[in-house]
Design a protein around this ligand. Structure first.
Ligand code: ADP
Length: 295
């Protein structure tokens, strides 16, 4: 079973074209939808989750016509939105049990076993009696995953789940997500390159409402082989390099800017060839896409 998005477009009333003919085929496993803030990721996630309408295009999950058969889709959907409220004065165990009742799991012992299994799966079992008020950001996100899994979804959408998590919490969250991919279509929408690097077997980059790259991260990396060069420069030289080279990223290293540039030939001039990382792919796509639009 696959999720097939075909020519999806959405323009908001204020004229912003949040999605422009977006087409993607998303197989089982972990799929990373990567793009900067404002790229259209949430619009796409909410549309697939049947929470808002598109102007045109189709979405199919197996034989479910997602945009028309909303109820059918909702039965097999798990959705963790960017922000969600939780009842603070209740424990994770009680709230999860409550959500399970709402999802129609009426058999008490079945429900108890399911809640227990999900608390284990999301590494919350030891803190299951604590009120959610005392949970850290990462614990809340893992609780979000537990509730999204209650109906054993065929499609799981997680929208910007690691934003705001510290590195330790992010890793715990990755561990939970990495267990899920095999039997489910999991879409992870994020602006954090590491999320995709760690978890995803397929990916797409979206910018200004358009898909600018899709494929397997390893193959995508191959295409940049021999084209990314690095140099540490002085701060005062930055504008010179930006004018004369395709600077795809700049980072401070020990207080000095280190730039990565894209070049088909060796630029010499103190640059060294480096192994491209997914971050270079991301920045070069955003660079090329934004430049081609401004011409
Ligand atoms: P992302 O999730 O990648 O940050 P969004 O889908 O939230 O992107 O937003 C895409 C674009 O659509 C942005 O320019 C945003 O300002 C705009 N946008 C999002 N929601 C609305 C809305 N309800 N009304 C008008 N514009 C919106």
């Amino acid at each position: 079973m696959k999720l097939i998005i075909d020519n999806l477009s959405k323009t908001y009333a204020n004229g912003i074209e949040a999605l422009q003919n977006v087409s993607l085929e998303i197989p089982k496993g972990m799929f990373g939808l990567l793009g900067p803030n404002g790229a259209g990721k949430s619009t796409l996630m909410r549309t697939i989750a049947t929470l808002q309408e598109a102007d045109s295009g189709t979405v199919a999950l197996g034989d479910i016509n997602v945009l028309k058969q909303k109820n059918e889709l909702r039965q097999v959907l798990g959705y963790l939105p960017q922000q969600f409220g939780l009842y603070p004065k209740i424990s994770a165990e009680v709230l999860l049990n409550h959500f399970a009742v709402l999802k129609g799991i009426t058999n008490k012992s079945e429900r108890k076993n399911l809640v227990k299994a999900l608390l284990h799966k999301t590494n919350l079992y030891d803190v299951r009696k604590q009120n959610l008020k005392g949970y850290s950001g990462g614990m809340k996100q893992r609780f979000g995953i537990a509730q999204a899994l209650l109906n054993n979804p065929k499609l799981l959408i997680v929208d910007e789940p690691t934003a705001g998590l510290d590195p330790v919490e992010r890793n715990r969250f990755y561990n939970v997500l990495s267990e899920l991919g095999e039997h489910t279509v999991v879409i992870l929408s994020t602006h954090i390159v590491d999320d995709v690097k760690e978890l995803c077997t397929n990916m797409a980059i979206i910018n200004q409402g358009q898909v600018c790259l899709k494929g397997n991260p390893l193959q995508i990396l191959e295409e940049l082989k021999g084209k990314v060069y690095k140099k540490t420069i002085e701060k005062s030289e930055l504008s010179f390099y930006k004018q004369n080279y395709k600077v795809i990223s700049e980072k401070l290293f020990l207080g000095k800017p280190t730039i990565h540039i894209l070049s088909d030939v060796n630029p010499r001039d103190g640059f060294t060839l480096i192994n491209a990382e997914l971050e270079d792919v991301y920045f070069s796509e955003i660079f090329n896409h934004s430049n081609s639009k401004s011409i």
